[in-house]
Design a protein around this ligand. Structure first.
Ligand SMILES: [Zn+2]
Length: 303
């Protein structure tokens, strides 16, 4: 199984919290979608021996003196319901969905998810980038919905790309930035425009562009948990973090944002959906910094 770097939606995991999902393709053509949990918990001798009896090998995280143990388990484990109860009793649980290459290649659309969060939008003090970058006339500070980009993003300086060529800024979970070379190779042929990115002093940066997401698309959200904002009356969905991403209800352009907002607390974002041709080109060029997650097909919604 080939694991790609994982995406962490929230800044840092905290004890007792189930955190975001990561996605990685697997090389196996046989296995189907599998959901893996990497669990850390403060154990007792009783819990440790019960896990052993359930057939879940654990390891001590900080040496034998510590009660912190770690284990990896899949939801297709025959004793999963009991193991899930133990996890729900209080643990840090990192959930990963793996897909086969076939599942990724056969999907008409994929979600683009950043695997590299680098730097902060500027100015970052007091979240000054918000009013500098967005028209906030329809924005709700309570839930984060409604900001519309009006100006170029500013970064601290040229990104230190290394071998990566796609990045996402911290705090901004619905914009992707790429090297000009990658834009030219993968995104320009698909009709995706580029937007300039500025440095702290307003100069245009030479080694990074913003990918212009020129379209938006409705997705199938029936049955998904949503949160209603008492301040503005709008709703957003809890991040859809397991298995296939919900199907599109329309035929979007090469890059599209979902109409629906996702997020928790004061953050709201609209995930970026790409057509299969972009997914294929990213794989062909072995692009680092982004991973893809297949959308459910229109005839297999909620699969
Ligand atoms: Zn609101």
């Amino acid at each position: 199984m080939r694991a790609l770097p994982n995406r962490v939606v929230k800044p840092l995991p905290q004890a007792g919290l189930r955190i975001s999902v990561a996605v990685s393709p697997s090389d196996s053509q046989d296995a189907c979608v599998r959901i893996q949990h990497r669990v850390s918990l403060n154990s007792t001798p009783r819990v440790s021996s019960e896990l052993a009896a359930l057939g879940v090998p654990t390891s001590a995280e900080n040496g034998l003196a510590s009660r912190l143990i770690t284990f990896i388990v899949h939801e297709d484990h025959p004793r999963w319901p009991r193991i899930a109860q133990i996890i729900d009793g209080g643990a840090v649980d990192v959930v990963t969905t793996t897909f086969t290459e076939k599942e990724i290649c056969q999907a008409a659309h994929v979600l683009l998810e950043s695997t590299w969060h680098h730097g902060y939008p500027q100015p970052e003090d007091d979240f000054g980038y918000l009013s500098a970058t967005y028209d906030l006339s329809d924005h709700c500070a309570a839930c984060g919905v409604g900001a519309r980009q009006k100006s170029s993003f500013r970064m601290e300086g040229e990104p230190k790309w290394g071998k990566k060529s796609v990045l996402q800024l911290n705090w901004v979970f619905d914009e992707l930035f790429a090297t000009p070379e990658l834009w030219h190779t993968v995104f320009e042929p698909a009709g995706v425009e580029r937007l300039p990115v500025l440095g702290k002093n307003g100069e245009e940066l030479a080694t990074v562009v913003q990918l212009a997401v020129g379209d938006q698309v409705e997705i199938e959200v029936s049955g998904m948990p949503a949160k209603h904002c008492p301040t503005c009356g709008r709703s957003k969905y809890l991040p859809a973090t397991r298995g296939f991403f919900p199907a599109v209800l329309d035929e979007p352009g090469s890059l599209a944002r979902t109409v629906q907002y996702f997020g928790s607390d004061g953050s709201a974002f609209r995930p970026i959906v790409a057509r299969q041709e972009i997914s294929r080109a990213l794989a062909e060029h072995k692009v680092r910094g982004v991973s893809v997650r297949p959308l459910a097909g229109q005839d297999e919604r909620h699969s």
